[in-house]
Design a protein around this ligand. Structure first.
Ligand code: HEM
Length: 320
């Protein structure tokens, strides 16, 4: 099934996407993708939540300065990764591990930005999501500063603001829904959602979008004066499997993140969600998995550098 999907997608997106190419390393570093996949497999076996961590890392990399590994840099004053909008982003050690092996196998060839994109794909596969070919050939950026990450989408953004931030990156409302559905795996800290539970509306009260049968559970897990670092799944009941269950949860008022809940309020984004639950779906309706793949490939093209604006870093956490 995964193989058929991969073939179909190669056909659909052609053999090159923008300036990137499928199989970019097939001659210069044929083992590149298998080295990355086995590093991700080991990391996810050791810590199942690492799959979600790596997928999130790809999003945060792409949304600031394009998908160029700018978030990985750690050896300059005020690096991007310290930005408020990147709070909780992890997975750097897994990328570093893959890079160390790649530098032994084929020094100076595989960019850190490509490692992040390929690791995100492998993470999706590890959680039973779709396998898909990732166009590669990104080069690593030479800029990383936390001031550049001030426009990251935020959980409390209005739906209009979320849409605008995605449009700015060349992504549509449909992409916003599908990419937010990445919250099908992983967890959030109470820090990002307690405000929905107690003082959401002036005068107190909770976000009216929360299903009344879900509210007590959330309030119990994230009490008003509790530990903000306690974590809870974002796709209640299915947080380790990559599937469209999160969209059903959003429809039913079981969204954990406020930004996910907002997707069910807007006519356009709601109709995208509903399209995956038509009476004829999955036989005739759109495929969530295939559509997600198109959106994540599109996200992976944001601001890519394929020329001398970029470099191939020797170490992912430092510029050359
Ligand atoms: C629409 C705007 C988005 C907002 C406001 C948002 C916000 C968040 C927040 C607050 C968390 C919890 C972070 C933590 O506690 O460590 C989170 C987790 C996550 N996000 Fe998003 N996100 C958005 C879009 C995306 C996109 C586009 C992707 C990937 C395609 C993504 C993938 C993930 C994943 C996989 C996690 C779980 C991480 C973990 O378990 O450590 N998110 N997101």
């Amino acid at each position: 099934m995964a193989f058929v999907l991969a073939l179909f997608l190669s056909f659909l997106i052609g053999f090159s996407q923008g300036k990137l190419k499928l199989g970019f390393y097939s001659e210069t570093c044929p083992a590149a993708e298998s080295i990355i996949r086995s590093t991700v497999r080991n990391a996810v076996f050791a810590d199942p939540n690492m799959a979600a961590v790596l997928l999130r890392l790809h999003f945060h990399d792409c949304f600031v300065e394009g998908c160029d590994g700018s978030i990985l840099i750690n050896n300059v004053p005020d690096p991007e990764r310290q930005a408020f909008g990147h709070q909780g982003v992890r997975g750097f050690d897994v990328i570093d591990k893959a890079k160390t092996q790649l530098e032994t196998a084929c020094p100076g060839v595989v960019s850190c930005a490509d490692i992040v994109a390929l690791a995100a794909r492998d993470a999706i596969v590890m959680t039973n999501g779709p396998d898909y070919p990732v166009p590669t050939g990104r080069r690593d950026g030479r800029v990383s500063n936390k001031s550049l990450a001030s426009e990251m989408p935020d959980v409390s953004d209005s739906i209009e603001k979320l849409k605008a931030k995605f449009f700015d990156k060349g992504l549509t409302e449909k992409d916003l829904v599908l990419l937010s559905a990445a919250h099908t795996i992983g967890t959030t800290a109470c820090f990002f959602m307690t405000h929905r539970l107690f003082n959401f509306i002036p005068g107190g009260g909770s976000d009216p979008d929360i299903n009344p049968s879900f509210l007590p559970e959330l309030q119990q897990k994230c009490p008003q004066t509790g530990d903000p670092n306690v974590r809870l799944p974002m796709d209640e009941g299915s947080e380790q499997t990559f599937d469209k269950h999160i969209l059903q949860n959003i429809k039913d008022g079981f969204a954990v993140l406020e930004s996910d809940a907002r997707l069910n309020e807007d006519l356009v984004t709601k109709s995208v969600i509903d399209s995956y639950f038509g009476v004829l779906n999955p036989l005739f309706g759109p495929s969530f998995e295939a559509d997600f793949v198109q959106s994540v490939i599109k996200m992976g093209q944001i601001g890519v550098k394929t020329d001398l604006l970029g470099e191939i870093r020797k170490k992912c956490s430092s510029f050359n």
